[in-house]
Ligand binder design. Structure first.
Ligand code: AHR
Length: 503
């Protein structure tokens, strides 16, 4: 029986953009066991002399994460950064209001900067615009980025950090449109505060980049007006606007679930239009880019989280155990960033360890890879270079919320330096394998290096600390003849077809 076919053209001249590697960013919040029991566990046999888990460091390095957002999230909106610096024995325990836990402050700004260095990442720092504002932000940036000779820069030196951290990218608050946020603000209130905070932060360090808050999801009733109003105020003072989005398969409708990356694509396009509308209104030459600084699947742990005792220390919150179909959607979300890489310059998978994360740990025990680890690792490894427009045609289907969903979702990246081309593809068909024909004639002398596949007969299969039920193999079936790749994409699969120049 011949397979249904999808076609794409992958041409080196059809360029979307040079990919900003920061789209492979992630996020660590002081939430649940992300920090305590995740990146930091001084009693763990794998802990280094600073208490950081070396097994976790190795897994983060495998993901090659260029930037990590910190310290929140909802948590930052009631956080006093001063609590987390200086001698550990003097640091206060606080009620952490966003997640209703106890924050011990054993880890703070300096420790996190140290950890980020160990995993070869930059820090993307958020300031508290919930309970605090301009004054706190100027003090924090002075502490982090000013060389010395002033109160806060000398305080950092006194704390053992002679050289400034030189943190380049800063978030002006978190999800300020959300009524759940401590210090929630209307768009007008937020826009004014964000502008004045941005102004002061740039006075301290003019080399920084700033992210203004957009909407906390496309479903917010105030979207996209909130974004437009925030930008009306901040347009000239910031570089990016943030987007956040999480998906789930609550109704167990996988065909519909796998199409949700189309919603993400739409969200991105709407935010781009909003930015460009304000650009036109302001007759500005400047273009605001997008920082998709929270994205992932999040729903598995919702019930469990309701049972957590308030005011505990590092409880297992938001510990989604991801299944195979989640990995497929995550693959499609990553491809959405590639296709929009002319405007999406930062994206942070939320989060990195234990909390809705690709990496899980047991307290005192193992660190292991969730299903979603794999598409993230693949795109981070092979998605560097130039994103290409793939002119594509695919058989389609309709689902509850979407029409004309292509069965094959794809993206292509050309790494000129390494002379490599990578085609990423998800087959959303749940019953049938499909054939992908990729016209790669502009890449003369290239051959197939590898066809990696993530597949599983059970859409709900999960990994655990002891069993990696879902893991990739390299036995994908692809041939390259007369400039055309013919690849068989198994039903419900994630594929990475790697081409390289024949040596
Ligand atoms: O990532 C978990 C939470 O999701 C973050 O704290 C918040 O910003 C978002 O609502």
């Amino acid at each position: 029986m011949s397979l249904q076919k999808a076609k794409i053209i992958v041409d080196k001249d059809f360029r979307v953009s040079e990919i900003d590697e920061r789209i492979y960013g992630s996020f660590i919040e002081h939430l649940g066991r992300a920090v305590y029991g995740g990146v930091y566990e001084p009693d763990h046999p794998e802990a280094d002399e600073h208490g950081f888990r070396k097994d976790v460091i190795e897994l983060v390095k495998e993901l090659n994460v260029p930037i990590v957002r910190y310290p929140g999230g909802n948590m930052v909106s009631a956080y006093n950064w001063e609590d987390g610096v200086g001698p550990k024995e003097d640091r206060p325990r606080r009620l952490e209001l966003a997640w209703r836990t106890i924050e011990t402050n054993e880890v703070g700004t300096n420790e996190f900067v140290d950890w980020a260095k160990l995993v070869n990442s930059q820090v993307m720092m958020a300031v508290n615009l919930g309970t605090r504002g301009i004054d706190e932000a100027r003090n924090l940036i002075e502490y982090c980025n000013h060389p010395g000779g002033t109160y806060y820069s000398d305080l950092r030196r006194k704390h053992g950090y002679e050289k400034p951290h030189n943190i380049k990218t800063w978030c002006l608050g978190n999800e300020m449109d959300g009524p759940w946020q401590v210090g929630h603000k209307t768009a007008e209130e937020y826009g004014r505060l964000a502008l004045e905070t941005a102004k002061v932060m740039r006075l301290v360090d003019p080399t920084i980049e700033l992210v203004t808050c957009g909407s906390s999801s496309a479903e917010m009733a105030t979207f996209p007006q909130y974004d437009a109003t925030a930008l009306e105020h901040t347009y000239d003072a910031v570089d990016y606007i943030s987007l956040h989005q999480y998906y789930g398969n609550r109704s167990n409708d996988t065909a519909n679930y796998l199409a949700k990356s189309m919603d993400m694509e739409n969200f991105i396009k709407t935010v781009i239009s909003t930015c460009d509308y304000i650009k036109a209104k302001k007759r500005s030459k400047k273009t605001i880019n997008l920082s998709f600084d929270e994205w992932n699947v999040w729903y598995h742990s919702n019930q469990q989280d309701r049972k957590i005792e308030p005011w505990s220390i590092a409880p297992p919150q938001l510990e989604d155990v991801y299944n195979f179909e989640d990995a497929l959607l995550v693959g499609s979300m990553l491809m959405t960033f590639l296709r929009n890489s002319d405007r999406v310059k930062i994206a942070c998978m939320a989060q990195l360890v234990n909390v809705i994360a690709p990496i899980m740990t047991e307290n005192g025990g193992k660190a292991w890879k969730q299903t979603i680890f794999y598409p993230y690792a693949h795109v981070s490894a092979y998605g560097r270079g130039v994103a290409l427009h793939t002119v594509s045609s695919s058989p389609k289907y309709d689902s509850k919320d979407f029409t004309d969903v292509p069965y094959i979702d794809s993206a292509a990246v050309y790494n000129e330096e390494k002379e490599e081309v990578t085609i990423f593809a998800v087959n959303r068909h749940l019953e049938e394998a499909l054939e992908l024909n990729a016209d790669v004639r502009s890449f003369e002398g290239y051959e197939i290096v590898e066809h990696i596949v993530l597949e599983n007969d059970d859409l709900k299969a999960v990994n655990t600390a002891t069993e990696q039920n879902v893991q990739p193999h390299s036995n994908g079936v692809s041939t390259l003849r007369d400039g055309v790749v013919e690849a068989k994409l198994s039903k419900a699969s994630w594929n990475v077809i790697r081409l390289g120049k024949r040596k």
